[in-house]
Design a protein around this ligand. Structure first.
Ligand code: ADP
Ligand code: MG
Length: 666
């Protein structure tokens, strides 16, 4: 099952690449790529039963011709359908090929969401289905259409048919009423029934969660010998005293925890979590200063070049006055600058080097690396994190995350890390005022934006990504940019940033906004990660209903960083979810709610590139199963002589071998 994907029919080199980019390299990994949800086609509902907000399947006939009209950049197709008793309009957006396929009378199985449009219940952008029963829906993979993806998974499953060894001891399976593995894999993708699906997912999640928790316990119980950093006892106070502001109590407490780790013989493995703007960077710099005071070099890795530069500038301001030399290593340096950077790191001329992936990919040799800090860690995989620490001789590792993670999930995701929480914002922040703005108030909002810009402030406009397989009435960033530039805000300076731009162009646009040369920055979610422009006071989020709550919270954290009152406008029709967000500024509460509503995988907005596997992702929010497996894992480790327990431990070791090896468990 660990064969490459090229063995599957329908997967050529291009698709293989696309899968690889999504972290899927083998047939096993493809089969473990579990559906995000299922479309229930087993019981189509009569049109009369459709209420606005319902998502359902309907079996209908085209009642007339498909009509098309254009509005701005949208092509709107409309078709009336009937189930014999009732008639209903259906609309699609930007789907020109529908025209030739919708002869009157055509039978259709549609699956989609009913909405109220101009007073009529309307089916919006439904998928035209052909199957029956429960149809899997996968997270979309760039470059692979949804239908093809389904077929690839089906082919992979067929290849593995009957071959999944049931590794869980039978006694354990019986005790917890878990179904057999092959049955589970098949039904997790193409369920025979709702019951079979539930049994399949429970089985897969149980196994993943149990093994993972056993593995984590093994990791935690292994003391990692590491670099001990002996700094003068007054070093923390000296750092705080040199800062232009007084640290919060939370910053002090977290630094004390970090300092104790640095002093001990055990290598630090600590995550600092805190809401956006809570001042994690200052804590990281403090740790770097302590390492320096103890005679060690540090590295700080950020997920983007813009962030790395931003940290570098702060380091020059905050660390160089303390007698440290900071350097920058990013991909866009000239060859000569690269050479000089490598030399400065190797000779120890730089006490701290700040950079991107370049820190691990360029074969940099360090003089005496004692501390590794990674920022916004959820953007990096576990593998990248540990690759950087391999550069030194078991250096101390500090990871910073702005994604507040509910405690239960934290235990699972980062159970091998100690966790510190910066749970306090620096004083003097005015909380961001969040408002839900329906379409009818759009023009008034633009007036507000103009006023803010007139006062010298700047504005973010964020648009959702449009997944390739989707037909939504969401305007992508480019269209919004054009619209603002040519019609709505013609008097303002506007920049655009999106994922398909060349990194250099993207950085340049961000840089212009950061320097205040642009009033408005239209972007996809690339700005989500740590960009700090204190002068930006307004954030407009288009199609806010399409974002997760935790992601919206992260986004609005980009404003409210200066002394001015700040605003976040959620462009959407009001709903309880968005109202909840508008009512609280507590990132942990929001994360908890988001996890309940959408499952843990969505918390991060992007693919969790680390530990959270498909199985866990599917069910890690199931509190009962979490507790069950947690208790069983503890029980297993308490029975070292029991063959069943031994089998599970061996399985956990095998499953997480790579990670075990990284930290020296044997
Ligand atoms: P984050 O936790 O999101 O990484 P940062 O470390 O970027 O937050 O801090 C956000 C802003 O708050 C920065 O401009 C920083 O200089 C400032 N800041 C950090 N700590 C304090 C403090 N104790 N008092 C006042 N301002 C602070
Ligand atoms: Mg930060």
């Amino acid at each position: 099952m660990d064969y490459p994907l090229s063995g599957i029919r329908g997967i050529g080199p291009a698709r293989q690449k696309a899968f690889e980019a999504a972290g899927i390299r083998t047939v096993r990994e493809l089969v473990m790529f579990l559906p995000r949800e299922y479309r229930d086609l087993s019981a189509p509902v009569p049109l009369s039963a459709l209420r606005p907000g319902d998502t359902a399947a309907v079996r209908v006939r085209a009642a007339g011709e498909l009509s098309e009209r254009r509005a701005r950049r949208l092509l709107i197709s409309k078709l009336y359908v009937t189930d014999g008793t009732d008639t209903l309009p259906v609309v699609w957006y930007n789907q020109p090929w529908l025209k030739n396929q919708m002869a009157p009378g055509r039978e259709l199985l549609l699956y989609g969401k009913a909405e109220l449009k101009q007073g009529y219940v309307t089916l919006v952008s439904p998928v035209i289905e052909s199957g029956e029963g429960l149809i899997p829906v996968y997270r979309s993979i760039q470059g692979i259409p949804a239908k093809a993806l389904r077929q690839c998974v089906e082919a992979a499953l067929r290849l593995c048919e009957g071959q999944w060894p049931d590794e869980l001891p039978e006694s354990l399976r019986r005790r917890y009423g878990l179904c057999e593995r092959n049955f589970a894999m098949r039904n997790a993708h193409f369920p025979d029934s709702h019951e079979a699906l539930a049994a399949a997912r429970r089985r897969i999640a149980f196994e993943e969660l149990l093994l993972y928790q056993v593995a984590l316990s093994l990791l935690r119980n292994t003391a990692r010998e590491g670099v001990r950093i002996a700094f003068p006892p007054d070093a923390p106070e000296a750092f705080w005293a040199a800062l232009p502001f007084a640290p919060t109590a939370a910053q002090r407490r977290v630094l004390a925890e970090v300092a104790a780790d640095l002093m001990s013989d055990r290598a630090m493995a600590r995550m600092v979590q805190g809401d956006v703007g809570s001042g994690k960077t200052a804590v990281a710099f403090a740790a770097i200063a302590l390492a320096h005071a103890g005679g060690w070099q540090s590295a700080l890795m950020a997920p983007t070049e813009v962030l790395a530069r931003q940290h570098y500038e702060s380091a020059v301001k905050l660390l160089e006055p303390l007698g440290m030399k900071a350097g920058l290593l990013v991909g866009s340096l000239t060859p000569k600058q690269h050479r000089l950077a490598h030399e400065a790191v190797a000779s120890g001329a730089w006490d701290v080097v700040i950079g991107t992936h370049a820190l691990i990919t360029e074969g940099v040799a360090y003089r005496n690396l004692g501390l590794v800090v990674t920022d916004e860690q959820h953007r990096f995989g576990v593998r990248q994190r540990t690759m950087l620490s391999e550069k030194g001789d078991a250096p101390n590792v500090l990871v910073m995350s702005a994604t507040p993670i509910p405690r239960t999930l934290s235990l699972i995701l980062y159970g091998d890390l100690d966790i510190s929480i910066v749970d306090e914002l620096p004083p003097g922040r005015t909380p961001v005022q969040t408002r839900i703005v329906p379409e009818s108030k759009r023009e008034a909002m633009y007036g507000f934006l103009r006023d803010e810009v007139r006062r010298g402030r700047q504005v973010y406009v964020v648009c959702p990504l449009v997944e390739e397989s989707e037909a939504v009435d969401a305007l992508p960033a480019e269209a919004v940019y054009e619209e603002l530039r040519t019609k709505r805000l013609t008097d303002l300076e506007i920049e655009l940033v999106h994922g398909r731009m060349k990194p250099a162009d993207k950085d340049a646009a961000l840089e212009r906004f950061r320097r205040g040369e642009a009033d408005v920055l239209v972007s996809t979610t690339v700005i989500e990660v740590g960009v700090n422009v204190p002068n930006a006071t307004v954030m407009v989020i288009e199609n806010a209903e399409r974002f997760g709550l935790a992601q919206l919270h992260q986004l609005r954290g980009r404003v409210g960083r200066g002394a001015h009152e700040s605003w976040c406008f959620l462009m959407a029709e009001p709903n309880p979810r968005l109202r909840f967000l508008a009512s609280t500024a507590d990132g942990f509460k929001i994360a908890q709610k988001d996890m309940e509503l959408r499952g843990p995988g969505e918390l991060f907005g992007t693919r969790q590139s680390g530990a959270l596997s498909a199985g866990m992702n599917a069910l890690a929010s199931d509190a009962e199963l979490l507790k069950l497996t947690h208790d069983e894992a503890r029980d297993i480790l308490a029975r070292p002589d029991d063959p069943e327990a031994q089998a599970v431990v061996a399985l956990a070791r095998a499953r997480f071998a790579e990670r075990m090896e990284e930290v020296g468990v044997n």
